[in-house]
Design a protein around this ligand. Structure first.
Ligand code: ZN
Length: 303
């Protein structure tokens, strides 16, 4: 058996709806704050109908996943987060309202105190709803900074999974020196590779390397637009480097119409979704489920 066959795919689901995206709501635009938006939103339960579909898919493959929840969303639909937890899946944190934490210039939108306060509130909500410790974090829209990692460690999170090294974008405030797709201990105050001297681990996303070009293969929009073959190739390549991850959103398999007039900056974002994406997810699960696990299990086994 090859050494890399012991590496695992950490299966994850980011539980949010389409309107949590950065071009629809943001903390700086009061007209588009979540609170104001929800007053107009007709069907706020849309994505939730598809969480059950995720549970069915995972049960069929006898695999456990990590569900990263937007905390205010979990609070509005508490019966559903409880159902996910009762199926034995890990509950992790995807922010309080899914606001991006870095702006376009890579500066922190929230100062350290405010980020600490909001993240603690989110963690408390999720822990109160499920009665379990929440030790994992994924940054909304994958905007992550060194300061955020330091605060997460202070709040006793044991891992983050937001960093994506690829040739199309860098949503962090660091150069990502030394980072590839395998788990690592980030430096203090940054996301470059540090030393094994801290209590928080970063699980970066997979990529497919073709020559000097790296394409993100973690899932989400890349799965919707480019299909499962690309994702599978990227995960396979990343497994040779170490443990890796895969994620999607319940909204990716949603068959309902999304009111794109709210998201005029990205009218094509949700053009591919529903059954076609569900079939791609099933294909990937059939392929990787025997070596999939959730984040907490891996931490307990290896770190
Ligand atoms: Zn998200």
């Amino acid at each position: 058996m090859n050494v890399y066959m012991s590496n695992k795919v950490l299966l994850s689901v980011d539980v949010e709806d389409w309107y949590h995206g950065p071009t629809v709501i943001s903390p700086k635009n009061t007209l588009k704050s979540l609170e104001n938006f929800l007053m107009d939103a007709v069907d706020v339960e849309r994505a939730f109908r598809y969480v059950d579909v995720c549970l069915e898919l995972f049960d069929k493959n006898k695999t456990k996943a990590t569900f990263f929840w937007v905390a205010e969303y979990a609070r509005r639909f508490d019966y559903l987060i409880k159902r996910v937890a009762s199926h034995g899946h890990e509950i992790a944190c995807h922010g309080l309202c899914h606001y991006s934490k870095l702006d376009n210039n890579k500066f922190n939108v929230y100062n350290r105190t405010e980020f600490y306060k909001r993240t603690l509130q989110a963690k408390n909500i999720l822990e109160d709803l499920t009665g379990t410790s929440v030790i994992g974090y994924r940054a909304p829209n994958a905007y992550i900074s060194g300061m955020m990692i330091d605060v997460l460690e202070e709040l006793e999170f044991q891992y983050d999974s937001s960093v994506s090294l690829n040739s199309l974008y860098n949503k962090t405030d660091s150069n990502l020196n030394g980072v590839d797709t395998s788990p690592y201990y980030p430096a203090i105050g940054g996301l470059d590779k540090g030393y094994k001297n801290r209590k928080i681990i970063e699980f970066p996303w997979p990529y497919l390397e073709m020559g000097k070009f790296k394409i993100q293969c973690a899932g989400g929009p890349f799965l919707r637009f480019f299909g499962s073959s690309l994702i599978k190739a990227g995960i396979n390549q990343s497994l040779k480097r170490g443990h890796t991850t895969f994620y999607f959103h319940p909204i990716d398999i949603c068959k309902d119409e999304i009111p794109i007039n709210f998201d005029i900056k990205r009218p094509f974002l949700w053009i591919i979704k529903g059954d076609v994406v569900k079939k791609r997810i099933i294909k990937l699960l059939d392929n990787f489920a025997p070596i999939s696990t959730n984040f907490t299990t891996l931490i307990n086994e290896n770190y």
